[in-house]
Design a protein around this ligand. Structure first.
Ligand code: ZN
Length: 222
């Protein structure tokens, strides 16, 4: 059974919470982090004692202000590293996440602030995720909707994709789906919840699992 670091745990609560906008349950965390419920309970108790989360058995976990500051710091490092690897090292979209997962735990504030400056204080990472500023402030984001909730016949702009697993991100690249891509919903198949989209004049059928990982904004109708 792999162990999980305090930083990964806080980061996961933050990201799960920002996607679902509700209290994160320990079982959701256990499945995301691929560790046992018992390990999650133990970690929750420890972080609650440190004042980083509030935790009630059977109810779920929430970050305290101090816990959120740490989570945002980790996300800042992760997202700036991803952008740096693409911009400065010319790595591909699908090569950067796994590296950033490691680097996010071993980068000083001094170095990450230098990278931020080098990149011109970017607001979004290569997958469309907002980058917290040095003082922990997130840039304003338009209201995003999941591709799941899109309507047939309408056009949307892709503004964010989930950055892992890397083979999924590689698939997005291969079909030409990028941040800012314009897509049209051609059909939604109720029997398996897949969605057929039109992208660069080609139809693509996306499975429910893939659809879940794409977030868009409706194009303004003129
Ligand atoms: Zn990533």
């Amino acid at each position: 059974m792999p162990t999980i670091s305090k930083e990964d745990y806080l980061k996961s609560i933050y990201t799960l919470n920002s996607i679902a906008e509700k209290t994160v349950t320990t079982s959701t965390l256990a499945s995301k982090l691929e560790i046992s419920n018992a390990a999650i309970s133990e970690m929750s108790k420890k972080l609650s004692d440190l004042g980083l989360i509030s935790y009630e058995k059977y109810k779920g976990v929430e970050l305290t202000k101090e816990g959120e500051i740490i989570a945002l710091k980790i996300l800042r490092r992760h997202r700036l590293w991803e952008l740096f690897m693409i911009k400065a090292l010319q790595l591909n979209w699908d090569e950067v996440h796994d590296e950033a997962e490691k680097l996010e735990h071993h980068t000083s504030d001094f170095l990450i602030d230098k990278i931020d400056e080098y990149l011109g204080f970017p607001k979004f990472d290569p997958h469309g995720a907002p980058i917290p500023s040095k003082s922990g402030v997130l840039p304003k984001m338009p209201k995003l909707i999941s591709l799941n909730d899109c309507k047939v016949g309408r056009k949307y702009q892709v503004l964010r994709v989930v950055d892992s697993p890397s083979d999924l991100v590689g698939y997005f690249s291969r079909i030409g789906l990028n941040i800012n891509s314009e897509i049209e919903i051609i059909e939604k198949l109720s029997f398996d919840n897949s969605v057929i989209i039109l992208l660069n004049n080609v139809n693509h059928s996306l499975s429910e699992k893939v659809v879940d990982k794409i977030f868009v904004k409706e194009e303004e109708v003129i």
